[in-house]
Design a protein around this ligand. Structure first.
Ligand code: ZN
Length: 161
């Protein structure tokens, strides 16, 4: 069965940056199951998997516009430390939830200079090329319930919603 719209696809994958550093991998863990054609993977990877079969191995480089988007300087803001008054021990690399007009958003503290804190709301992989090595390990048709939810139900994955 080839991967098509509404297939439930199981893959093992390794994601590397352009320096060859592993950013994420399923290989030492559980494979990833996803519902194809519903935006559950970055678009550039989903597109390359279309038509593939069990046992196929592919290497795909996804550019930022087909991945997590370009890095947006407008999502970086500097605020006085007192704006984070409820948070103890603010440090570089800390992830915080902030409220914005578009709802809650995760930001990362990227600089601490004097009394000013720099917060970056870009996805950690924004602006990066994503180099995927993928092996297709299973393909099946989705159930009606999976289609209505827009995601895969695994074994033992009983109703969380
Ligand atoms: Zn569900």
């Amino acid at each position: 069965m080839a991967i098509a719209q509404d297939s439930v696809v199981t893959i093992h994958y390794t994601l590397k940056d352009d320096a060859g550093e592993i950013l994420d991998s399923s290989v030492e863990a559980e494979p990833l199951a996803y519902l194809h054609g519903h935006g559950n993977l970055v678009p550039g990877l989903e597109r390359e998997l279309e038509g593939k079969n069990v046992g196929d191995k592919i290497n795909v480089t996804v550019q930022p516009q087909d991945g997590y988007g370009d890095y947006d300087q407008r999502l970086v803001q500097r605020v006085p430390r007192r704006a984070l008054a409820g948070i103890a021990n603010v440090r570089v690399g800390m992830r915080l939830q902030t409220q914005t007009a578009e709802g809650p958003r995760t930001v990362v503290v990227t600089h601490l200079i004097g009394d000013m804190v720099t917060l970056d709301a870009n996805h950690p992989l924004a602006g990066k090329a994503l180099n995927f090595e993928v092996e297709v390990t299973d393909v099946r048709a989705a159930t009606e319930e999976e289609l209505s939810h827009g995601h895969v139900h695994g074994p033992g994955d009983h109703h969380h919603h």
